[in-house]
Write a new protein. Structure first.
Length: 226
């Protein structure tokens, strides 16, 4: 009998690459299942339904991790924003009780962390729209997390979930092309550095009874998918 693995969802290949190379030793359930969903709410939601909708309940928790943009002052490139809730473009809020524990695990590993609401947009957010979202209470913006949480609510409502974004750009310094500026490289390295904290969080927060869940087989749920 084995402990269920952690399912980690990323939108982009570089995000998967960064996390795959992190230190997953001592992870509960062994190596995580890393999945690239593609960019945007539609793709993210479809990926979750494909992975979990008809498959055995083979995961102990789900993490949405990757790069994001800060919405207000005080959050710098390379900082981590751990979500205590995610709001979509229609105003629906998905609360997360994992935010405090994930923040503590990240800080314990020496990372600069902010905790707050993430906003999931259906387009790249810039300029005055960022300021408006910040005034509405959001700290960071992405394009997938709310769709993941909405799909989980439908197909696996009891599964624990967490969301983190490493800041690539800020309102003061918007990044036009990832990887062309030092902020992009810093964010990539920080994302890889979050892995031990994710391991710590999952070991502490995995749902009761997760050890009774079956590990997904490679024929149905590969260790990495696109």
């Amino acid at each position: 009998m084995t402990t269920a693995p952690l399912l980690v969802l990323c939108a982009l290949g570089p995000e998967v690459w960064a996390l795959r190379g992190g230190d997953w030793r001592d992870a509960a359930g062994g190596s995580p299942v890393l999945v690239r969903t593609g960019v945007g709410r539609r793709r993210a939601g479809l990926a979750v339904r494909r992975l979990l909708g008809s498959a055995p309940a083979g995961y102990g928790a789900v993490v949405v991790a990757g790069f994001g943009a800060a919405l207000g002052p005080g959050v710098l490139p390379g900082d981590v924003v751990a979500a205590d809730g995610v709001r979509d473009a229609e105003g629906h809020l998905y609360p997360l009780d994992s935010g405090a524990a994930l923040t503590a695990a990240l800080k314990e590993r020496g990372l600069t962390v902010h905790t707050g609401v993430h906003h999931t947009a259906d387009h790249v957010v810039r300029g005055i729209e960022r300021r408006a979202l910040h005034l509405q209470g959001a700290l960071a913006v992405d394009m997938e997390a709310a769709a993941v949480l909405a799909a989980l609510r439908e197909v696996r409502p009891v599964l624990q979930a967490a969301v983190l974004r490493v800041v690539v750009d800020t309102p003061e310094h918007e990044l036009l092309r990832f990887g062309t500026l030092p902020a992009g490289v810093r964010a990539w390295r920080t994302l890889r550095a979050t892995v031990p904290a994710l391991v710590d969080w999952y070991r502490q927060e995995r749902a009761p009874g997760s050890a009774d869940l079956n590990h997904p087989t490679s024929s149905t749920l590969p260790q990495e998918a696109s």
